[in-house]
Design a protein around this ligand. Structure first.
Ligand code: NAD
Ligand code: TDX
Length: 336
């Protein structure tokens, strides 16, 4: 049985948060989830379709609203904090909402966790560690110094620092996880993999930044969910755990796999302007999580996961079509 009966999930209408809510309701029969989400451009109430209304309550609200957070935390025993502004390119165009949601929002939640004795799990990213050279034999570990590059990753790093300080100073029962790049259903089409899949479905040529050799370490979002659950329920308080599934692939390699799976030529794409400050490579060593908590990923074949993700976007055009034009117009204006 779960040690927690009532869990607040912030950002539960976004990509990873909604996958986590479905995972928790499917796998943890004793748990009630309250989703708190502001439904920004990235949040979609439809992502939670099919959730049992007896076990999932949706609250439309902002993590910076201290009065609302205080009321919700009075009723809960744990919070898993996914809500964030999450897209690097957006943070370069306008960092303002990143400072507000990622830093002030996390601060607001920590104050409520402190006041109500709520167990707090903070969702973060491997991007706080900066980047590695393509030929660096090392991967990121929990001991790697923080060296964020982008407005997005620097606000995520800031939020991690707040969590550590609130644990040490006020005794908030907190854990942090820093995960690698997620893929799977319900990911916003501004992100690399769904952007290219939906481009092809719309007859637009995929767009590759820079020289295409940047490496990301891919994990299926379902494996992220099971790892978060393991850390929430068995992780040591005050600790950080890195989550990754040994999925390093270069962007051009991922794009060519999408092109092949969708029946296109290997060169049916455009090279476009590089992202300013573009991190070269991320790579996660998740040995601590595997050793201490016995976690292992289920989706170990990236090509298979990619094919099922392509199928999901192909089968659900109504989910993404409404956002496509505006998303591409924004990229076009940036030369991307
Ligand atoms: P997303 O952009 O798809 O979803 C973010 C959600 O947060 C949306 O539903 C949005 O409406 C909500 N939100 C934004 N501002 C809010 C506010 N002020 N109050 C309440 N809700 C608000 O993001 P995602 O890709 O699902 O990422 C979720 C978390 O995981 C983030 O914390 C991100 O930093 C982290 N993360 C993401 C990845 C990845 O590959 N996408 C990898 C590692 C870590
Ligand atoms: O059209 C594109 N072409 C392209 O070459 C896009 C949108 C991206 N890229 C490149 C940039 C990156 O090297 O693909 C790679 C992946 O890009 P994103 O999907 O924007 O992800 P990334 O910047 O790596 O960040 C993601 O993983 C870590 C999430 O968006 C973050 O929230 C998470 O913290």
């Amino acid at each position: 049985a779960s040690p927690f009966n009532h869990i607040i999930v912030t950002g539960g209408a976004g990509f990873i948060g909604s996958n986590f809510v479905h995972w928790a309701l499917d796998n943890q029969p004793d748990v009630h989830v309250t989703v708190l989400d502001a439904l920004t451009y990235a949040g979609n109430r439809e992502n939670l379709a099919g959730c049992d209304p007896e076990r999932m309550t949706f609250v439309h609200g902002d993590i910076c609203d201290a009065d609302l957070i205080d009321r919700l935390f009075a009723e809960a025993d744990a919070c898993v904090h996914f809500a964030a502004e999450s897209h690097n390119d957006n943070s370069i165009a306008d960092p303002t909402p990143f400072l507000r949601t990622n830093v002030k929002g996390t601060f607001t939640l920590l104050q409520a966790a402190r006041n109500h004795g709520v167990r707090f799990h903070h969702i973060s990213t491997d991007e706080v560690y900066g980047d590695l050279a393509l030929d660096d034999p090392n991967r990121f570990t929990e001991e790697t110094p923080y060296r964020p590059s982008s407005p997005y990753s620097s606000t995520k790093a800031s939020s991690d620092m707040l969590v550590r300080a609130w644990h040490r100073t006020y005794g908030v029962e907190a854990t942090i996880s820093n995960c690698s790049n997620n893929y799977g259903p319900y990911q916003h089409i501004e992100k690399f993999i769904p952007r290219q899949i939906t481009n092809i479905l719309c007859g637009i040529r995929p767009k590759l930044y820079g020289d295409g050799k940047n490496v990301r370490d891919w994990i299926h979002t379902e494996d992220h969910s099971s790892a978060v659950w393991a850390i929430l329920t068995q992780g040591r308080i005050g600790e950080t755990y890195l989550i990754g599934a040994d999925g390093e692939r270069s962007n051009i390699d991922v794009l060519r796999a999408i092109l092949a799976a969708m029946g296109k030529d290997a060169d049916d794409f455009d090279w476009v302007r590089d992202r300013p400050g573009h991190d070269r490579r991320y790579a996660i060593d998740s040995a601590k999580l595997r050793r201490e908590l016995g976690w292992a990923p289920k989706h170990t074949n990236f090509d298979e996961g990619l094919v099922s993700t392509i199928k999901w976007y192909t089968d659900n055009p109504g989910w993404w079509r409404g956002a496509k034009e505006a998303t591409e117009a924004k990229y076009r204006a940036q030369g991307q």
